[in-house]
Design a protein around this ligand. Structure first.
Ligand code: ZN
Length: 402
């Protein structure tokens, strides 16, 4: 069982948010998406601006495997750097659509697993965009069939390779078509895998939750896209609008384990004890090279690259995935200590991130963290780094895992 947990803690590295985050950690077991998607999307968006303005976009209704819009719609209005949109699926109820698009080789168990997660997650977290799930078998599914269905959902008619992956995204380029996630057989083909497939699917849905709310303004019931800030984040290597990578991945991991454990799909204590040991190992292994681990090192894919590769100043990469293990434990720590709770950390932070980002461009997550996780982010880094150096027994006690 331990072996399987470890295996899955490697596999989750390949899950991705936004465009190229799949690549944020070099995973030598699985390569995930090509790293050209960000550049492609940016270039395509810039070059197609003119043609998009001349052809008008039509709302087609929202159905499984079908795009909602004939092309990218024009904004309702523009204010400063923000373009604001109201989408057809907001008013016809199809923002609640969850589609499981399954292809040859996908088992009934796999389809049922994804359906069970989509349904439970919608109830627990809410859903504000339609979701298409692409579920396939790397050997037995037909790439041509998948790509002919999938590529209309991209802004550049691209597709993806049939390799092992769990990835989820809501992007500024195709927000009008909702959110999506992709899942290959490694996550659902083994029914004896201790529920890990459920947890991974939940983790991916949570990325859709996070990345849909970063655009959404509850008060005006519309979506705002600040392309300038997206470019800044890319160019300045800044923190994603949702927040630091450890918060994005750790939040998804916390949600995956917590909500899956409520359904009896996974063992909560076993997961977190395993993650604690994994995180402690990252720290002690790095310490042997006088490489001091801080959660702060895991804020962006670039900062992670600097410590989890030979770019590390010591010349040796840290053990992988502290953004997931440490990031998940950070949630557990703040909840156990009473600084935050499930509602604030899983819902309110994300509901308010778009608004706080608009008030404090580039720093929305800093304000949201202090408000909904209960302490200033800088103070938290110091406190959590100290916590991670405490004796294991004391950590288990603080985290309520005894
Ligand atoms: Zn993830």
């Amino acid at each position: 069982m331990k072996h399987k947990l470890l295996l899955f803690s490697f596999i989750i590295l390949s899950c991705g948010v936004e465009e190229s985050e799949d690549n944020l950690i070099n995973n030598d077991q699985f390569s995930v998406s090509d790293n050209s998607s960000t550049e492609n999307s940016t270039a395509n968006n810039a070059s197609s601006n003119n043609s998009q303005q001349s052809e008008s976009s039509t709302y087609l209704g929202t159905n499984c495997k079908e795009v909602s819009y004939s092309s990218k719609p024009d904004p309702d209005y523009v204010n400063g750097d923000y373009s604001y949109y109201t989408y057809g699926w907001q008013s016809d109820g199809t923002d609640q659509n969850s589609c499981v698009n399954a292809y040859n080789g996908v088992t009934t168990f796999g389809v049922d697993l994804v359906n069970a997660v989509l349904s439970d997650a919608k109830e627990k977290l809410g859903q504000i965009v339609p979701v298409n799930t692409w579920i396939f078998h790397t050997q037995n599914s037909d790439i041509k069939t998948i790509c002919s269905d999938y590529s209309p959902f991209t802004d550049d008619s691209s597709c993806f390779d049939l390799q092992q992956m769990a990835a989820a995204t809501v992007t500024q380029y195709v927000l009008h078509n909702g959110g999506e996630f992709k899942l290959s057989e490694i996550f659902w083909s083994d029914e004896e895998q201790n529920g890990a497939g459920y947890k991974v699917a939940y983790h991916e849905f949570f990325h859709i939750h996070q990345n849909s709310h970063k655009f959404y303004f509850e008060e005006t019931e519309n979506f705002g896209i600040n392309m300038t800030q997206f470019r800044n984040v890319d160019e300045n290597q800044g923190v994603n609008l949702v927040g630091p990578v450890w918060l994005e991945e750790g939040g998804a991991e916390f949600a995956g384990v917590w909500y899956s454990s409520l359904k009896g799909w996974v063992n909560y204590n076993e997961y977190w004890i395993n993650y604690l040991d994994e995180a402690r190992s990252v720290i002690s292994d790095a310490a042997s090279r006088v490489d001091i681990v801080s959660l702060r090192d895991y804020e962006t894919r670039y900062s992670i690259q600097r410590v989890e590769s030979s770019e590390n100043p010591t010349g040796t990469s840290r053990e992988f995935a502290y953004a997931y293990s440490g990031g998940g434990l950070a949630h557990l720590y703040l909840i156990s200590k009473g600084f935050t709770d499930l509602n604030n950390s899983m819902i309110e932070y994300y509901m308010n991130i778009a608004e706080l980002e608009r008030e404090h461009i580039g720093e929305g997550y800093i304000y949201a963290f202090e408000e909904y996780f209960g302490m200033p982010l800088d103070s938290f880094y110091t406190e959590f780094d100290d916590f991670m150096l405490k004796p294991r027994e004391e950590q288990l006690s603080i985290l309520g895992l005894e």
